[in-house]
Design a binder for this molecule. Structure first.
Ligand SMILES: NC(=O)C1=CN([C@@H]2O[C@H](COP(=O)(O)OP(=O)(O)OC[C@H]3O[C@@H](n4cnc5c(N)ncnc54)[C@H](OP(=O)(O)O)[C@@H]3O)[C@@H](O)[C@H]2O)C=CC1
Ligand SMILES: N[C@@H](CCO)C(=O)O
Length: 430
């Protein structure tokens, strides 16, 4: 057996503690599988005295994660602090510059600085790996960059934020409003420190941007992802969707079209009986379509201590075995500048609105859609006791830009009581 591979772990929260536990529990198994002993030599977090439920006495402590990254007795710097910039990025850069391999779960940092960090790591001849950054325990980075290396990728799609899926399924199962379930998710510790990252669709968009870069050989383009969060999805939307045979999911899609790379993360209606529609709780699903392989569906825990640490250890094991790969599947210098699609693929839309119940109101709304070139498939006005009438319209396929144009002109009719909710009905088969 060759020399011990020495880990420096920065961040001892949910994921960091999980990694410490796996290294301790599976030392023999990891050594057999990789041909090297793997040991944690030093750790770093903010509060040294905090009880983390693990014994840290055998490991050196650094208050400063950057100092940890530069230690001579660290071969792999494992960044589990989080955050787009700040100490996480500074420490990752310091590790690379000191010739250390880096393993991180930090999707926020990679979605914004991934290309620069990949160039830096490749120039330094070190690995930068991030399996845990996308869909927690699901090995989708490995599947895409290794398992599907012989395919032209047609589409990457999935539910990649467990918190949002928990909120949406809990609203439906318990019939509870968004605000109540949001508070529940908060109490359960599901939400990121900044909950907007989850419910605003940003965390999931970070992940989609990373998958798209791997799939299409482009630089990570988080800015190119069209993002909508789940904050405006109401229990009424969930019930209406169910009546139509759908469930609402925060769904990400990245696909290369004749118009360029289309990348979007938004709440969508998917068939209730489909695998995506059946996805419950905090589970994630990643769907990959390759020209040779066809469709691959990966499903599993998208977050949490064990699943995320499992993904971190997959990267550590690869480095221990000597596997070296460009960060985004091909040398960073060859990654293309992303060519963003100017418009998304048309689809049917679900449109819910409250109208002032007066003569001609519905006709005015229908006219706005007609003038924007949008045809109505189905329309329903729900029972109401008040002067405001809940109306649901399902359109035929329409471009999102045309729908936005129609919604804008609806606003000028004076018949809307509040902003309409428009949700894409996803027609892609899964
Ligand atoms: N939790 C999950 O399920 C998943 C998390 N991730 C990603 O993994 C990373 C870690 O997440 P998670 O474990 O949940 O986060 P936590 O908030 O649980 O832990 C963060 C850790 O970082 C430490 N920390 C914060 N600031 C500093 C600093 N300046 N110097 C050194 N350490 C610092 C904290 O120290 P202290 O404990 O002393 O406060 C804490 O131990 C993030 O990038 C996250 O997005 C990815 C997939 C799933
Ligand atoms: N906040 C993320 C954690 C895992 O990346 C989620 O809910 O999926």
């Amino acid at each position: 057996m060759t020399t011990t591979l020495r880990l420096g772990i920065a961040g001892l929260g949910t994921v960091g503690v999980g990694v410490m536990r796996i290294v301790a529990a599976h030392a023999d198994l990891l050594a057999r599988r990789t041909g090297r002993e793997i040991a944690v030599t030093a750790v770093s977090a903010r509060e040294r005295g905090r009880d983390r439920g693990i014994d840290l006495s055998a490991h050196a402590w650094e208050d400063d994660a950057v100092a940890l990254a530069r230690r001579d007795d660290v071969d792999i710097f494992v960044e589990l602090i989080g955050g787009e910039d700040g100490v996480a990025r500074a420490a990752v850069e310091a590790a690379i510059d000191a010739g250390k391999h880096v393993v991180t779960a930090n999707k926020a940092m990679l979605a914004v600085h991934g290309h620069a960090l990949a160039e830096r790591a490749e120039a330094a001849g070190v690995a930068l790996r991030f399996e845990a950054a996308v869909a927690g325990g699901i090995p989708c980075i490995k599947a895409l960059s290794e398992g599907l290396a012989g395919n032209r990728i047609k589409r990457v799609m999935g539910v990649m934020n467990g918190t949002c899926n928990y909120i949406l399924t809990r609203m439906e199962d318990a019939g509870l409003p968004y605000d109540t379930v949001f508070a529940e998710a908060h109490a359960l510790g599901y939400l990121e420190a900044d909950p907007q990252l989850d419910v605003g669709g940003i965390d999931a968009a970070h992940k989609l941007a990373l998958l798209a870069a791997l799939a299409y050989g482009t630089r990570v383009d988080f800015e190119g992802v069209a993002i909508e969060g789940i904050e405006r999805v109401s229990i009424a939307d969930i019930r209406h969707a169910a009546d139509l045979g759908f469930r609402i999911k925060l769904l990400g899609v990245a696909q290369m079209t004749g118009r360029g790379l289309e990348a979007r993360m938004a709440p969508c209606l998917v068939p209730a009986k489909s695998p995506l529609g059946q996805l419950q709780g905090a589970t994630n699903m990643v769907v990959l379509d390759g020209d040779a392989v066809g469709q691959i569906v990966l499903r599993g825990a998208g977050a949490g201590e064990g699943p995320t640490a499992s993904a971190v250890m997959a990267d550590v094991a690869d480095i221990a075995r000597g596997t070296r790969m460009p960060v985004f599947g091909q040398p960073a210098g060859t990654l293309a500048r992303p060519f963003r699609a100017t418009a998304g693929t048309p689809s049917p839309y679900y449109l819910r609105m409250d109208l002032h119940d007066k003569p001609g109101a519905l006709a005015k709304i229908a006219a706005c859609l007609g003038e924007a070139g949008i045809s109505i498939d189905r329309m329903r006005q729900y029972d109401h006791a008040e002067t405001v009438a809940p109306v649901l319209i399902v359109t035929h396929k329409a471009a999102r830009a045309s729908l936005d144009e129609a919604i804008e002109s609806m606003g000028r009719t004076g018949v809307l009581a509040g902003d309409p909710v428009a949700l894409r009905i996803e027609t892609l088969a899964v």
